[in-house]
Ligand binder design. Structure first.
Ligand SMILES: [Mg+2]
Length: 182
Protein backbone atom coordinates (compact mmCIF):
# COMPACT_ATOMS: atom_id res chain seq x y z
CA UNK A 1 0.00 0.00 0.00
CA UNK A 2 1.35 3.47 -0.84
CA UNK A 3 2.54 5.36 2.26
CA UNK A 4 0.17 8.34 2.16
CA UNK A 5 -2.98 6.55 1.14
CA UNK A 6 -5.88 7.28 3.49
CA UNK A 7 -6.07 5.62 6.89
CA UNK A 8 -8.35 2.60 7.05
CA UNK A 9 -11.04 3.41 9.62
CA UNK A 10 -12.96 0.38 10.89
CA UNK A 11 -16.24 1.16 12.63
CA UNK A 12 -18.18 -1.03 15.04
CA UNK A 13 -21.99 -1.12 14.78
CA UNK A 14 -23.88 -1.81 18.02
CA UNK A 15 -23.58 0.84 20.74
CA UNK A 16 -21.11 2.72 18.51
CA UNK A 17 -23.27 3.72 15.51
CA UNK A 18 -26.66 2.28 16.46
CA UNK A 19 -28.58 0.78 19.36
CA UNK A 20 -30.70 -2.31 18.77
CA UNK A 21 -33.15 -3.41 21.42
CA UNK A 22 -35.80 -6.11 21.68
CA UNK A 23 -37.85 -3.64 23.70
CA UNK A 24 -39.04 -0.36 22.28
CA UNK A 25 -37.48 2.65 24.00
CA UNK A 26 -40.85 4.37 24.01
CA UNK A 27 -40.39 6.34 20.82
CA UNK A 28 -40.29 5.31 17.17
CA UNK A 29 -37.32 3.24 16.11
CA UNK A 30 -35.55 4.09 12.83
CA UNK A 31 -36.08 0.59 11.46
CA UNK A 32 -36.65 -2.98 12.56
CA UNK A 33 -34.40 -5.99 12.00
CA UNK A 34 -35.95 -9.31 13.03
CA UNK A 35 -37.16 -8.79 16.60
CA UNK A 36 -34.94 -5.72 17.13
CA UNK A 37 -35.90 -2.08 17.09
CA UNK A 38 -32.91 -0.19 15.74
CA UNK A 39 -32.16 3.38 16.80
CA UNK A 40 -29.56 5.43 14.92
CA UNK A 41 -27.05 7.43 16.91
CA UNK A 42 -27.79 11.12 16.32
CA UNK A 43 -25.79 12.69 13.45
CA UNK A 44 -24.96 9.26 12.00
CA UNK A 45 -25.38 10.09 8.31
CA UNK A 46 -23.15 13.20 8.57
CA UNK A 47 -20.62 11.21 10.54
CA UNK A 48 -20.40 8.48 7.91
CA UNK A 49 -20.20 11.01 5.08
CA UNK A 50 -17.39 12.89 6.83
CA UNK A 51 -15.50 9.68 7.57
CA UNK A 52 -15.91 8.39 4.03
CA UNK A 53 -14.38 11.62 2.70
CA UNK A 54 -11.36 11.46 5.02
CA UNK A 55 -10.66 7.73 5.28
CA UNK A 56 -11.09 4.36 3.71
CA UNK A 57 -14.07 3.07 5.59
CA UNK A 58 -14.89 -0.43 6.82
CA UNK A 59 -17.49 -1.92 9.15
CA UNK A 60 -16.75 -4.73 11.55
CA UNK A 61 -19.21 -6.07 14.09
CA UNK A 62 -19.16 -9.11 16.36
CA UNK A 63 -22.88 -9.58 15.67
CA UNK A 64 -24.05 -12.32 13.31
CA UNK A 65 -23.29 -11.89 9.63
CA UNK A 66 -27.01 -11.96 8.79
CA UNK A 67 -27.73 -9.10 11.21
CA UNK A 68 -24.82 -7.07 9.84
CA UNK A 69 -26.01 -7.65 6.26
CA UNK A 70 -29.48 -6.40 7.23
CA UNK A 71 -28.35 -3.35 9.19
CA UNK A 72 -25.53 -1.86 7.13
CA UNK A 73 -27.45 -1.05 3.93
CA UNK A 74 -30.02 0.78 6.06
CA UNK A 75 -27.51 3.09 7.73
CA UNK A 76 -25.04 3.87 4.95
CA UNK A 77 -25.59 6.94 2.80
CA UNK A 78 -26.05 5.65 -0.78
CA UNK A 79 -22.72 6.74 -2.28
CA UNK A 80 -20.52 5.16 0.41
CA UNK A 81 -18.90 1.81 -0.28
CA UNK A 82 -16.93 0.37 2.62
CA UNK A 83 -13.85 -1.66 1.72
CA UNK A 84 -15.28 -4.48 3.77
CA UNK A 85 -18.34 -5.25 5.90
CA UNK A 86 -17.57 -8.01 8.36
CA UNK A 87 -19.57 -9.81 11.00
CA UNK A 88 -19.00 -12.55 13.52
CA UNK A 89 -17.57 -15.04 11.01
CA UNK A 90 -14.50 -12.76 10.76
CA UNK A 91 -14.04 -12.56 14.54
CA UNK A 92 -11.99 -14.81 16.79
CA UNK A 93 -13.86 -16.76 19.43
CA UNK A 94 -12.31 -16.64 22.86
CA UNK A 95 -13.33 -17.63 26.38
CA UNK A 96 -13.58 -14.82 28.90
CA UNK A 97 -12.54 -16.29 32.26
CA UNK A 98 -13.83 -13.31 34.22
CA UNK A 99 -17.31 -13.29 32.71
CA UNK A 100 -17.47 -17.08 32.21
CA UNK A 101 -18.66 -16.72 28.68
CA UNK A 102 -17.51 -16.96 25.10
CA UNK A 103 -16.79 -13.71 23.40
CA UNK A 104 -15.77 -12.56 19.96
CA UNK A 105 -12.67 -10.49 19.33
CA UNK A 106 -11.57 -8.43 16.35
CA UNK A 107 -8.05 -9.42 15.44
CA UNK A 108 -6.43 -6.95 13.06
CA UNK A 109 -4.20 -9.69 11.67
CA UNK A 110 -7.10 -10.36 9.33
CA UNK A 111 -6.88 -6.78 8.11
CA UNK A 112 -3.11 -6.95 7.76
CA UNK A 113 -3.55 -9.97 5.52
CA UNK A 114 -5.50 -7.76 3.12
CA UNK A 115 -2.37 -5.61 2.75
CA UNK A 116 -3.09 -2.79 5.22
CA UNK A 117 -0.16 -1.64 7.33
CA UNK A 118 -1.40 -1.37 10.91
CA UNK A 119 0.36 1.96 11.44
CA UNK A 120 -2.46 3.43 9.36
CA UNK A 121 -5.47 1.51 10.69
CA UNK A 122 -7.93 2.83 13.28
CA UNK A 123 -10.71 0.79 14.84
CA UNK A 124 -13.50 2.62 16.67
CA UNK A 125 -15.38 0.48 19.17
CA UNK A 126 -17.36 0.99 22.38
CA UNK A 127 -16.05 -2.28 23.88
CA UNK A 128 -12.31 -2.14 24.65
CA UNK A 129 -11.99 -5.88 25.27
CA UNK A 130 -13.08 -6.71 21.72
CA UNK A 131 -10.06 -4.91 20.30
CA UNK A 132 -7.64 -5.69 23.13
CA UNK A 133 -5.18 -7.44 20.82
CA UNK A 134 -4.56 -4.14 19.07
CA UNK A 135 -5.29 -1.44 21.62
CA UNK A 136 -2.80 0.86 19.89
CA UNK A 137 -5.18 1.03 16.92
CA UNK A 138 -8.30 1.51 19.02
CA UNK A 139 -10.37 4.60 19.54
CA UNK A 140 -12.81 3.89 22.33
CA UNK A 141 -16.24 5.40 21.82
CA UNK A 142 -18.63 6.07 24.72
CA UNK A 143 -21.49 3.56 24.27
CA UNK A 144 -24.82 4.62 22.81
CA UNK A 145 -27.98 3.18 24.35
CA UNK A 146 -30.50 5.19 22.37
CA UNK A 147 -30.28 8.64 24.01
CA UNK A 148 -31.84 10.98 21.42
CA UNK A 149 -29.65 13.83 22.75
CA UNK A 150 -26.38 11.96 22.31
CA UNK A 151 -23.83 14.18 20.57
CA UNK A 152 -20.78 11.96 20.48
CA UNK A 153 -20.43 11.53 16.73
CA UNK A 154 -19.57 15.11 15.67
CA UNK A 155 -16.75 15.22 18.25
CA UNK A 156 -15.59 11.77 17.23
CA UNK A 157 -15.44 12.84 13.58
CA UNK A 158 -13.32 15.88 14.53
CA UNK A 159 -11.02 13.74 16.57
CA UNK A 160 -10.59 11.09 13.89
CA UNK A 161 -9.86 13.73 11.26
CA UNK A 162 -7.13 15.11 13.52
CA UNK A 163 -5.34 11.75 13.10
CA UNK A 164 -5.64 11.65 9.32
CA UNK A 165 -2.05 12.60 8.59
CA UNK A 166 -0.39 10.72 11.44
CA UNK A 167 2.23 8.32 10.08
CA UNK A 168 1.81 5.79 12.88
CA UNK A 169 -1.48 6.00 14.73
CA UNK A 170 -0.26 3.44 17.27
CA UNK A 171 2.16 5.99 18.73
CA UNK A 172 -0.61 8.44 19.60
CA UNK A 173 -2.28 8.25 23.01
CA UNK A 174 -5.94 8.03 22.05
CA UNK A 175 -7.62 7.42 25.39
CA UNK A 176 -9.28 10.52 26.73
CA UNK A 177 -10.20 11.97 23.31
CA UNK A 178 -13.88 12.17 24.33
CA UNK A 179 -13.08 14.48 27.25
CA UNK A 180 -10.96 16.71 25.02
CA UNK A 181 -13.63 16.95 22.27
CA UNK A 182 -16.64 17.07 24.64
MG1 LIG B 1 -20.24 -2.37 20.04
Amino acid sequence: MEPNSPILLILDLDETLIYASEQSLGWDEDFVVGSYSVYLRPHLAEFLTTCAAGFRLAIWSTATDAYVRSVVPQILPPDIEPVFIWGRSRCVRSYNHEEFEEEYLKDLKKVKRLGYGLKRVLIADDTPRKVRRHYGNAVYVPPFFGDPNDDTLPGLANYLLSLRDVGNVRRVEKRGWARAEG
